[in-house]
Design a protein around this ligand. Structure first.
Ligand code: SAM
Length: 213
């Protein structure tokens, strides 16, 4: 969900950096060929991810939820020359599409694709991360956070997407709606956990920035 008017969104996009040509092509091809294209971060959030990565200058990046690879490429824009981005997705049918676009970028050889359930794959990664982007199934956000915190360098940043969940975080909770229930618990956890300091930014569907202390 977008919390601001389409007109204001247009104005914001016009006053941000342009979407790089490679990403515009990936965006277009995702809408032409892949199911649920709205899952892709898109121009504005993509530029936000790119800017955050350029400020952080990470060496090791982890992304949970690759989809067609758009946000992975945005995060790579800020990665150091010797950096590696590990990205996990459960959908086998997306692997070749991702790789085709990764290999058109300057970071093809620095992107490692992992196929499978993220809660199974994360424990196998013996790496300390500087930047993590959580953007997969909401039911596992707390599990992802608990797996990730011990694998973060001090001062590392965890970004969590969709934390406002189309505004459902303000509505009476339907007990059958597990995603909203977990997101409510997750947002409270990020606010109260002494291992991180957090700001929730009202960007697109809500993006939290948590700094590991
Ligand atoms: C919102 S999309 C990611 C969008 C992408 N980060 C971007 O901004 O372009 C979420 C992705 O998470 C993947 N996913 C969902 N549950 C997963 C799980 N348990 N383990 C790994 N990947 C999962 C889905 O297959 C989907 O491609």
């Amino acid at each position: 969900m977008h919390f601001i008017s389409p007109e204001l969104e247009d104005y914001i996009e016009q006053h941000c950096e342009k979407e790089p040509a490679l990403l515009a092509a990936l965006n277009k091809e995702t809408y032409q060929k892949i199911l649920l294209p709205r899952m892709l971060s898109g121009h504005f959030q993509g530029r936000v991810l790119s800017m955050l990565a350029k400020l952080i200058r990470p060496i090791n990046i982890l992304e949970i939820g690759t989809y067609t690879g758009y946000s992975a490429l945005c995060l790579c824009e800020g990665m150091q020359d010797n950096g590696v981005l590990h990205t996990i997705d459960i959908k086998e049918e997306l692997i070749d599409f991702q790789r085709k676009h990764f290999d058109k970028s300057p970071w093809g050889k620095q992107i490692v694709q992992h196929l499978g359930e993220a809660t199974t794959i994360i424990p196998t990664l013996d790496i300390k991360f500087d930047l993590v982007f959580i953007d997969a199934d909401k039911e596992n956000y707390i599990n992802y956070f608990e797996l990730i915190v011990p694998r973060m360098n001090k001062g590392g940043i965890i970004l969590s997407d969709n934390v406002l969940w189309s505004g459902k975080v303000l509505e009476p909770l339907n007990p059958k709606d597990l995603s909203t229930k977990i997101l409510l618990e997750y947002n409270a956890l990020l606010k109260n956990d002494p291992r991180v300091e957090t700001v929730l930014l009202p960007i697109r569907d809500g993006l939290t920035v948590s700094r590991v202390l």
